[in-house]
Design a protein around this ligand. Structure first.
Ligand SMILES: [Fe+2]
Length: 543
């Protein structure tokens, strides 16, 4: 291992000072830091840590996600592999950990706590309390992942209690997931041992959780964006907050950044530089007890070199003393391993025929109504002009067919309608659909939906578009939710597909992402799933 010296302006976040000097690296660790006059003007600082991310949402393997994010100054992530766990259970989690060894990033895994997300979901596999115990006892995980089963905690479900107990026994934190929870219910939830939350979208909600003892993770990703609402906490509670992305698409990482994008914004908003850097670089390391260096003598040599402390343009990124990114040679990286160990999957559905999508509509019908940029949906009562033996769509009124197909076994497609996509022609389909990752499709005609779905089945997962007799795809052969290609390729193909969807009339900011949340029944109000439309407020299927 190389011993070397890096010179510049050293940013000591813990001591809140910046001084000229040299950092001496020996065998992957910081041997010493010497204050001295140097000519170098770049800043040397600890790297960024994403405190909660589902890597699968980037549609990249951990390896390729790592090579993309190190260029943005990330040195570590705390990752919950619950997307792949819903597809393939423990085998999927093992895949993420094995593949992660090829990533330049330091990856710290948490054990998924809610697979499947609800008893109404039909996923490809499950993670039981016995599985959780076994995994935590290996010592390879830094926590128990987001506990989405709030009723299970409040009403003391035995499986949930067993999972919480395992985390307690192993001395690791339990991540929360409690949007809107307050009052006595919140206190009960916290008392069960859950110590953080990344689902706050409102400052008051976050302040209540903070005063009850929780850490708050400010989330700014591709799906949910809470920075604007929660940013005052940077000033008032800098020791108690962290940053995360939760879900990030590859094009967003390339064009907007990763944790660096939140840091840039917070500094531009005038928040104290050291507070912002502490939140981005130090707090997650302390909270999760991560083996990540914070630029102190004896630490692992994990640090970044940036041009300034406004744009944080990364010049170099070092992890364990190895230079994993150099802006002078940005293309020099190991990526995209399309070997047989990468292409694990579970996809067992035969092609469909258009006649399976027939839906009679003869009176007022409830349809899903969506709003761009929101995960929440509402019921909309649609009155057809005349009874129809099979309604394909009512394009004039933006009522399109939405189809759900279980991808793990053959069965009848569930067919309903949705308002808000505004497609004027064609269809789209996806096997990225939270959290069970079954097949969802929206389209103007049964023929196009059939073509989009069948291309998806042919690819054994991915995103597809059917337009004017042709289909286009971003194949996702890894669990039907990730590509084996490198970030730039996936981002470019994803952008191409989104362009097709815009040409089809859709004005949604991220149509595939919107579609992917249409079967997530833990977010209100109307969703589609295994037995048709689901009502969150009734927490049951609509008859
Ligand atoms: Fe999450």
């Amino acid at each position: 291992m190389n011993n070397f010296v890096v010179k510049g302006k050293i940013v000591d976040i813990l001591q809140r000072e910046i001084y000229s000097g040299s950092v001496h690296i020996k065998e992957g660790k910081i041997e010493k830091i010497v204050p001295e006059d140097v000519e170098e003007k770049n800043y040397i600082m600890p790297g960024f840590t994403d405190s909660h991310v589902h890597i699968e949402s980037s549609m990249l393997t951990p390896q390729n996600f790592g090579w993309l994010t190190v260029s943005h100054g990330t040195v570590a992530v705390v990752t919950d592999p619950h997307e792949i766990a819903n597809v393939m259970g423990k085998k999927g989690i093992n895949f993420m950990m094995d593949n992660g060894k090829k990533s330049p990033l330091k990856l710290f895994f948490t054990v998924p706590s809610c697979v499947p997300a609800t008893p109404f979901d039909v996923s490809g596999d499950l993670v039981t309390s016995a599985d959780v115990k076994k995994m935590l006892e290996t010592g390879k995980f830094v926590g128990l992942s987001e506990m989405m089963n709030v009723p299970g905690v409040l009403f003391k479900d035995s499986e949930v209690l067993a999972k919480l107990q395992s985390a307690k026994d192993c001395g690791v934190p339990v991540d929360g997931h409690a949007p809107g929870l307050s009052g006595d219910a919140l206190l009960k939830y916290i008392k069960s041992g859950i110590t953080n939350d990344h689902e706050c979208s409102d400052l008051k909600e976050a302040e209540e959780k903070l005063s009850a003892g929780m850490k708050i993770i400010i989330r700014e990703g591709s799906a949910a964006r809470n920075y604007e609402a929660l940013k005052p906490l940077i000033k008032t509670s800098s020791d108690e907050v962290m940053f995360c992305t939760d879900d990030s698409h590859p094009d967003d990482i390339i064009h907007l950044g990763h944790i660096d994008k939140i840091v840039r914004r917070a500094v531009a908003d005038g928040y104290d530089l050291f507070d912002v850097m502490k939140i981005a670089c130090i707090n997650p390391v302390k909270y999760y007890n991560l083996k990540v260096g914070t630029l102190q003598k004896g630490d692992p040599a994990d640090f970044i070199v940036v041009k300034d402390l406004h744009d944080f343009k990364v010049q170099q990124n070092y992890i364990n003393g190895i230079k994993v990114f150099d802006a002078s040679f940005p293309e020099k990286r190991e990526c995209s391993v399309a070997d047989s160990t990468v292409c694990i999957n579970k996809f067992n559905h035969n092609r469909i025929v258009a006649s399976e999508l027939k839906k009679e509509v003869n009176k007022c019908t409830t349809v899903i109504s969506l709003t761009d940029g929101e995960l929440l949906t509402a019921p909309y009562e649609y009155h057809p002009e005349k009874p129809l033996k099979n309604m394909e769509s009512d394009i004039k009124n933006d009522i399109l067919k939405i189809v759900y197909i279980n991808r793990y076994r053959n069965g009848k497609p569930q067919v309903s309608f949705i308002k808000g996509f505004n497609l004027k022609k064609g269809a789209i389909a996806s096997s990225v659909s939270h959290d069970s990752h079954n097949i969802l499709s929206v389209g103007c005609s049964d023929k196009d939906i059939t073509k989009a779905v069948n291309r998806l089945i042919e690819e054994k997962g991915g995103l597809t578009v059917s337009i004017e007799g042709k289909t286009h795809a971003l194949p996702l052969p890894v669990g039907g939710i990730m590509s084996d290609k490198k970030g730039e390729e996936v981002a470019a193909r994803y952008s191409e597909l989104c362009d097709y969807v815009r040409q089809m009339g859709c004005s949604l900011r991220a149509p595939f992402m919107t579609l992917s949340f249409m079967s997530l029944v833990v977010i209100p109000e109307i969703k589609i799933g295994e037995k048709g439309l689901f009502s969150y407020s009734k927490f049951n299927w609509l008859k």
